[in-house]
Design a protein around this ligand. Sequence first.
Ligand SMILES: Cc1cc2nc3c(=O)[nH]c(=O)nc-3n(C[C@H](O)[C@H](O)[C@H](O)COP(=O)(O)O)c2cc1C
Length: 149
Amino acid sequence: MNEQIRYEIKNSKTLCGPFTSFDLEKAPDIPQYLFEEWFQSALDNDVHEPQSMTLSSVDKHGFPDSRVLILKDIDEDGWYFATSSNSKKGEQLRNNPNVSLCFYWSKVGRQIRIRGKAMEMGKKLSTLDFMKRGTVAKAIALIERQAKY
Ligand SMILES: Cc1cc2nc3c(=O)[nH]c(=O)nc-3n(C[C@H](O)[C@H](O)[C@H](O)COP(=O)(O)O)c2cc1C
């Protein structure tokens, strides 16, 4: 192993505030409203890519799997992401819809953890999402589909 890297891992600083405090008593009952407040604060503080999040799912052997995705939307029903249903995660979610999301915004010292069940949005919304993408993203999605069938 690289000793310098091991040294850096052990000695790198994390959570170097000062950060804004959070009063749990004043948190809104609906988690999405708190998420909105915190997202706004991340924007105000120029957090880099606050919409990037880690989605964890579970494979058919019960092993967790995680990857970074982009948050596409949020409403009273939940948090939305877009992915190919033919991907590894697509297969895992069909088999076991239990998921967690994790956002980490180091600049404001905040982490958000969400647990729930993933649900398919249906063809109409998926098509709308596809149509909104740029040409390159559309081409990648089509190539992915071709490669699978
Ligand atoms: C910043 C960033 C954003 C990403 N956004 C997405 C996304 O919105 N949807 C997606 O399917 N994959 C996205 N990816 C790729 C995934 O992290 C992952 O590599 C891919 O979806 C395959 O995952 P799977 O094999 O577990 O299905 C993103 C990767 C990065 C680094």
